[in-house]
Design a protein around this ligand. Structure first.
Ligand code: MN
Length: 285
């Protein structure tokens, strides 16, 4: 008979930020939460943007064709329609609750355009790093419809829409990766509690987009619009609160490799970045 050692550790909130407002693409107004001077990356996650507006002027210009190399982009639309097209034949339209997962690998040119002329648009884009040995892998694309994403009910009353990673016996539809990413949309109703294991040593952070959470043993309050970076050991726990909340949870095994970034290219060295720019300019993507 084997003995199961249960840890009672809860992750602590070690840092809170509201990110910075910025523009990207052809003039899309967004908030950069990770990938800022304040918070350059959270290995293996390189960037997290959120866009949320019901004014088409804030999003209609979209992200016309542009290149990427060396990592993956994961777009999650809570509300709205986003069309993806790339020069490797990848194409997909996602609507409310859907995900686009693109591996840029050795190079891709893609566009990401709103497929609506009005109404609310609310979503995220996360950049997931690839290990050095996989940065020049073949590009890959798939979209994941909302119906394909399992909604796992937890014992304390919370529920987890699992995009990628494992919760209990349930696996999300996202691809398996060396960094074993966990990306989930977690809802904690009023007066519910949460205890969600995250492998020790994996970096984790969350962004609250509804209500507020009371996190960790010290019951740190994290409110709508705040990104909380968690300590690296133990489960994510939330105490019962009158209000409840909903958040995007992101975790992954750190690569601990050098990161060299230049706009849409993320490699390990300056030489590799120069090569990426040259290859793109010579039409090799
Ligand atoms: Mn892009």
């Amino acid at each position: 008979m084997s003995t199961i050692v249960e840890t009672k550790t809860s992750r602590r909130v070690v840092y809170v930020t509201q990110g910075m407002p910025t523009e990207d693409g052809a003039g899309v107004k967004l908030t950069r939460l990770v990938g800022t001077p304040e918070l350059p990356d959270l290995d293996p996650m390189l960037m997290l943007d959120t866009f949320r507006s019901d004014d088409p002027n804030d999003y209609i210009a979209g992200f016309p064709p542009h290149p990427h190399r060396g990592f993956e982009t994961v777009s999650y639309m809570i509300k709205g329609r986003l069309q993806h097209r790339d020069n490797k034949g990848g194409e997909g339209l996602i609507t409310d609750g859907g995900v686009q997962w693109m591996t840029a690998g050795k190079g891709v040119v893609h566009s990401e355009m709103p497929a609506q002329t009005g109404g609310a648009m609310f979503g995220f884009q996360l950049w997931v790093n690839l290990p050095a040995r996989e940065k020049m892998t073949a590009p890959w694309y798939r979209d994941i419809r909302a119906e394909e994403i399992p909604n796992v009910a937890l014992s304390g009353g919370a529920s987890v829409k699992l995009i990628v990673g494992q919760v209990g016996d349930t696996k999300g539809p996202g691809p398996e990766r060396a960094t074993t990413p966990l990306i989930a949309d977690v809802a904690v109703p009023a007066n519910a509690t949460l205890s969600l294991p995250i492998p020790d040593g994996h970096n984790a952070f969350l962004y609250v987009f509804e209500g507020a959470l009371s996190l960790g043993d010290d019951r740190r309050i994290v409110e709508t619009g705040e990104l909380a970076v968690l300590s690296d050991t133990g489960a994510l726990t939330s105490a019962a609160a009158a209000q409840g909340g909903r958040f995007l949870l992101v975790a992954g095994k750190p690569l601990r490799e050098p990161v060299a970034k230049y706009g849409p290219f993320v490699m390990n060295t300056q030489n590799e970045l120069r090569q990426a720019v040259n290859d793109f300019q010579r039409g090799l993507f």
